[in-house]
Design a binder for this molecule. Structure first.
Ligand SMILES: [Zn+2]
Length: 500
């Protein structure tokens, strides 16, 4: 007897449909799985056998062959367990073959017959061509985002009864109403730091990467954590995209389904290159860079990250995508992030205050070299952040709230998108000539800075792009003024130049 069950496997952050073909025939009793299963997928044999027996069904003493088609796609993980068990029960007439027309199946089986949630249920559910999906109850909320009917179960025994019509389907957990953005983190909580707050708005409006350099206690982390609150909420497609990535990484928490606000990821500086960028030998998963897709990647203590980890970020930041190639597959992970870095001005952190620094010149030079050159070049905005003075700490909260700043950011983004179809950080040189023409005075200032070596050719382009964003935040005028250009240049200082 042959049964074919529809399911899927995970390739990167995308699902790939899989037909699970189960054949039960004569011959020596045995159980083989073919069709490029990885180690954990091959172990389905033992899980499925135990789960079926624990569910009160007999194990057929026949020759069982499971083929996972198409055979040229590597099948990873345990998500096919449930489909294999259902196929086996159907091939041995325990389940009416007709039900296989109506459902696709996704789930891992426990030895006691429980149906467990799987990583990547959302992207996998997306590619299964079936009228309805059966998943673990813990996967139901995310799979429901796809808009198709979903049945959720907790045990294989209950599932068999439901499919046979002798029991009712359990209620699928109700989808929750998405709450408003938690504005627990507001810009107004931060005293002083006028320039840094301005830089945050510019960063959010134009998609400009931001580097903050300052001593410990200056508030760099507080500032960075408020950046996602300035970005517009995700579009419906964007929310599905981001939720899909978090699902594929196994990082989707029930209370955050679907993810509708830009995520913030802040990996520790001991993070490996793989955990930052993605990939991995055993099972490929998206890294922090992709988990921050459409949101903010905050690298606190940038100078403490390993050089190889930082090096791995450069290309994906440029291409807004991570590509990982392995023997049987190439995975592409989206990685369109706003990068925020923070650093102390020197290893001891005190070189801002005269005479306070205890570092040797070589230690300082080594520290600065870590973020020199190509990586530093990625930051359009580089600012110094100082500790607030006492009068600021005890004054009244001042300046814009996060909601007010987000409103201005949304307007500025709207201007950029309707003018050139992209945010300003993505503008090329020729487009800048068209959309950010310089006033005569501004042109002279840039020419002088280039002539005196204060700006590189690339730097000129980045400053023009930032000044376009400043104009969009202010008045949306066609021409970049001297004031706007000077502000952009003052937000791109040598981060270690003000060390004294
Ligand atoms: Zn120092």
């Amino acid at each position: 007897m042959l049964a074919i069950v529809r399911s899927a496997t995970l390739c990167g952050v995308r699902g790939h449909p899989v037909d699970v073909e189960v054949h039960v025939g004569s011959g020596l009793p045995g159980f083989a799985i073919v069709g490029l299963p990885d180690a954990s997928c091959r172990e389905a044999k033992d899980r499925v056998r135990a789960a079926i027996q624990s569910s009160g069904e007999d194990w057929p003493q026949r020759k069982i062959t499971v083929n996972l088609a198409p055979s040229d796609v590597k099948k990873t993980g345990a998500s096919l367990d449930l489909a294999i068990a259902i196929g086996l029960l159907s091939a041995t007439d325990k389940i009416d073959p007709g039900v296989l027309e109506r459902f696709g199946f996704l789930g891992e089986l426990g030895l006691d017959g429980t149906v467990r949630p799987v990583r990547g249920a959302l992207p996998m559910g997306d590619v299964i061509d079936a009228p309805s999906l059966v998943v673990s109850a813990d996967n139901a909320a995310e799979v429901e985002l796809l808009g198709n009917p979903v049945k959720s179960v907790r045990t294989l025994a209950r599932l068999v009864d439901c499919l046979a019509g002798v029991d009712d389907w359990p209620d699928t957990p109700a989808g929750k109403v998405v709450s408003a953005r938690s504005s627990a983190l507001d810009l107004r909580d931060i005293r002083g730091q006028k320039m840094a707050k301005l830089a945050l708005s510019i960063s959010a409006a134009g998609g400009h990467h931001l580097l903050m350099v300052g001593p410990p206690g200056a508030g760099k982390t507080m500032l960075a954590k408020r950046l996602p609150g300035l970005l517009p909420p995700l579009s419906q497609a964007g929310a599905l995209d981001v939720t899909r990535i978090h699902s594929a990484a196994g990082e989707l928490r029930p209370e955050q389904i679907p993810i509708v606000y830009p995520p913030l990821r802040a990996p520790h500086h001991s993070a490996s290159a793989v955990s930052l960028v993605g990939g991995g030998a055993a099972s490929m998963r998206p890294g922090e860079l992709s988990l921050a897709h459409r949101g903010v990647l905050f690298l606190d203590e940038l100078g403490e990250f390993s050089p190889s980890a930082l090096d791995g970020l450069r290309q994906p930041l440029e291409e807004r995508e991570v590509r990982v190639t392995r023997a049987h597959s190439t995975a592409r992970y989206p990685a369109d992030v706003l990068l925020v870095g923070s650093m102390n001005p020197c290893p001891c952190g005190e070189s801002g205050a005269p005479g306070a620094c205890r570092c040797s010149d070589t230690a300082r030079a080594r520290y600065h070299r870590r973020v020199s050159g190509p990586l530093l070049d990625r930051f359009d905005l580089r600012i110094g952040v100082q500790r607030p003075v006492p009068s600021e700490l005890f004054g009244e909260p001042e300046g814009e709230s996060s909601d007010q700043a987000a409103q201005r950011v949304a307007e500025a983004r709207g201007r950029a998108l309707s003018r050139s179809g992209c945010i300003n950080s993505a503008l090329g040189a020729s487009e800048l000539d068209r959309v950010a023409p310089l006033s005569n005075g501004a042109r002279t200032i840039l020419e002088n800075a280039l002539g005196q070596g204060r700006l590189s050719a690339r730097g000129v382009g980045r400053v023009r792009s930032v000044s376009r964003t400043i104009a969009d935040l202010q008045d949306g005028g066609d021409m970049v003024s001297v004031e706007q250009l000077c502000l952009a240049m003052s937000l791109r200082v040598d981060p270690f130049g003000f060390n004294g």
